[in-house]
Design a protein around this ligand. Structure first.
Ligand SMILES: *Cc1c(COP(=O)(O)O)cnc(C)c1O
Length: 401
């Protein structure tokens, strides 16, 4: 089967078959990489027709490298379908997707509302580039729900949230916040990276624009950076117009890697989910641990909202230690997590650890803990081995206390 149009299909089937017809390319299973800037037109009339199609806002037109190629078009269609949005665009990084999804809607003098737990570099963008454009920001408590209403001003045009927020893992009441934003005439933009297009169906909850660091679970192998913006019908022209005007696009080899990663995302996420929950549950039993911030864990902060709105959990969560260890012991603990790479990003097949200090990285956020904290990405290794590795590290930590 090829050219499958049905949105009824289960995600696993869509991701395997997609919209590509192998017989257009001699039966080759994977779409080829189109390394192209120039695309030739047979004659003047063809040039004219394509130019008119592009100018009229038609999508998926073979016109010039920056506008995409058959593989870009297919990947964008698959991702839009998966999340239930209107259309998608691929960008060079997750940060470019976040920044573009905001900039497309603001002008000098506007005000935006941003969740206090958003990804650090998004804050940097807002505090530098947007500040120079005289766009003002209010950071809000992720747990406000409908009370976000009190923060709107006459010039508020957009709300940006990341749910759950990386590091702190607050689950926002998205439908309540979206309802208020729409009543106030604002666009609601969600960074949905943690849940992926599989586990939170942003458009069913009224979100206008969803962004993803495709670098994480979509690429899934820590070998390419990519951003994704998916919109509803109403916001599509605005976002596409901005992205085109800025000349943003994803490179063909990276598109190939993202496409290949996406094929296995359903099975990878099942494993990330079950292993992360197993490790998180084990961590809850440890006397060294103050709190496990994993929304999928019964009793954890945000669990009720997660259960109401999400279809699953990915492999990323945070841990707070009891406040009885000093920095040297914590440093030795992190260094002894031999199966966990110490590095930025997440969503690849490998486990990672990253210490963080939410008081510094999320200054407006009311972080209630005193102990050291770290974020774990649980990869595709055996969860038993990961737990054994952590057990050794805890033994070391206690000795150094
Ligand atoms: C990593 C990340 C980004 C940025 O993605 P890059 O591809 O690294 O630019 C944006 N939002 C969240 C939640 C992320 O974790």
């Amino acid at each position: 089967m090829s050219n499958v149009e049905s949105s009824e299909q289960a995600p696993a089937t869509l991701l395997v078959h997609g919209f590509y017809d192998p017989h257009e390319f001699g039966g080759v299973v994977n779409p080829p990489v189109f390394r192209a800037s120039t695309m030739l037109f047979r004659d003047y009339d063809e040039l004219d027709a394509r130019l008119r199609a592009v100018s009229a806002g038609e999508d998926d037109v073979m016109y010039y490298g920056r506008y995409g190629n058959p593989q870009t078009f297919e990947l964008q269609r698959m991702l839009a379908h998966l999340e239930g949005g209107h259309r998608s665009l691929l960008l060079p990084s997750g940060l470019a997707a976040c920044a573009s999804a905001i900039t497309a809607f603001v002008k000098t003098g506007d005000h935006i509302l941003v969740s206090s737990c958003v990804y650090g570099p998004v804050r940097h963008y807002i505090g530098t580039v947007l500040a120079r454009m005289n766009v003002s920001v209010t950071y809000f408590d992720p747990n406000l729900g409908a009370d976000i209403d009190g923060l709107f001003r006459s010039n508020t045009v957009l709300v940006f949230a990341e749910s759950p927020g990386s590091q702190t893992f607050d689950v926002h009441d998205i439908p309540a916040m979206v309802a208020v934003a729409h009543r106030r005439g604002s666009i609601f933009v969600l960074d949905n990276t943690w849940a992926t297009p599989l586990y939170f169906k942003a458009f069913e909850y009224g979100v206008d624009v969803s962004v993803h660091a495709a670098t994480k679970y979509i690429v899934g192998h820590s070998d390419a950076q990519m951003g994704l913006i998916t919109t509803n019908k109403e916001t599509w022209e605005r976002v596409r117009g901005y992205v085109r005007a800025m000349g943003l696009h994803a490179a063909p080899d990276d598109v190939y890697l993202a496409q290949r990663g996406l094929r296995t995302m359903v099975v990878r996420l099942q494993r990330h989910q079950s292993s992360a929950l197993a490790v998180a549950e084990w961590l809850l039993t440890r006397p060294e641990v103050e709190q496990v911030l994993h929304p999928g864990l019964p009793g954890a902060p945000g669990h009720a909202l997660w259960k109401r709105d999400f279809k699953g959990a990915s492999g990323l969560f945070s841990v707070v230690l009891k406040p009885r260890y000093d920095r040297e012991a914590f440093r030795a603990f992190i260094d002894s997590l031999s199966l966990f790479g110490l590095g930025l990003s997440w969503g690849g097949y490998e486990s990672l650890v990253m210490p963080f200090d939410a008081k510094k990285s999320r200054p407006e956020y009311a972080w209630p803990y005193e102990g050291f904290s770290f974020r774990l990405h649980i990869g595709l290794e055996s969860p038993k081995d990961l737990i054994a590795c952590m057990e050794d590290a805890f033994t070391r930590l206690e000795k150094l206390k």
